[in-house]
Design a protein around this ligand. Structure first.
Ligand SMILES: Cc1cc2nc3c(=O)[nH]c(=O)nc-3n(C[C@H](O)[C@H](O)[C@H](O)COP(=O)(O)O)c2cc1C
Length: 204
């Protein structure tokens, strides 16, 4: 793909409101999108996310009222609920194994563990920190979906406790951050509204 094709993909992506509900995303394409999430960067490499793919129509219908009754929830092909695994990054055995896989010298590992422990001990909110990483994965998933002409809609309009309860999540372990509806558009794309490049980019 050349630059203009890549920009075309970024312009293709929009917050799709109505999906062709009968048209399902092929397994291989869905895996590609989820892989774009899995390969995303995260602070200290902690990967504090979980992607729950909802394909069951009845479950989508149950979630819809908890998501401001948005049509995309039940109309999409696949609904990805991104949760922050809020407990793991603070667990010594978890973060030690995450650093250990880098196969660094023992002294270096000790130093990393110390820096990390100090960092997370001083975080005002572990959920907020995990959520930031989840948004990076979400952005990648939506951009890569667009590259294979799959539509998406990020959804923050939901009642967190209700969604967590419907999904029977243990909120001491994971908390919902964001939902992404995936599928194929029905309506023509809305006009792309963006501030001019010069207004939001500066070089020094
Ligand atoms: C974090 C986040 C949450 C969003 N939540 C919703 C939502 O609940 N429902 C919705 O229809 N659009 C939602 N949007 C879509 C935005 O309104 C949309 O991305 C923005 O208006 C720009 O339009 P575009 O994505 O079509 O270019 C959300 C976008 C982001 C990034």
């Amino acid at each position: 793909m050349d630059h203009s094709q890549l920009i075309e993909s970024l312009n293709f992506r929009h917050a799709c409101k109505r999906f062709e509900s009968a048209k399902k995303i092929p397994k291989e394409e869905l895996s590609f999108i989820l892989e774009a999430g899995r390969l995303s960067p995260s602070s200290f490499g902690m990967e504090p996310w979980h992607f729950i793919v909802i394909q069951d129509q009845a479950l989508k219908e149950r979630l819809r009222p908890a998501c401001w009754n948005q049509e995309q929830i039940a109309g999409c092909s696949d609904l990805v609920v991104i949760t922050a695994r809020v407990s793991d990054p603070a667990r010594r055995d978890y973060f030690e194994s995450m650093f250990a896989r880098r196969e660094m010298a023992p002294q270096m590992l000790e130093r990393y563990l110390e820096i990390y422990q100090n960092y997370i001990d001083n975080l005002p909110s572990l959920y907020d920190w995990c959520a930031k990483q989840c948004y990076i994965a979400a952005g990648n998933m939506m951009s890569y979906a667009a590259m294979i002409e799959i539509d998406s809609c990020p959804i923050e309009g939901f009642e967190k406790e209700k969604v967590e309860s419907i999904l029977e999540l243990d909120s001491t372990q994971e908390e919902v951050v964001l939902l992404i509806a995936l599928g194929y558009r029905i309506d023509p794309q809305s006009k792309k509204l963006r501030l001019p490049f010069e207004q939001i980019v500066s070089f020094r």
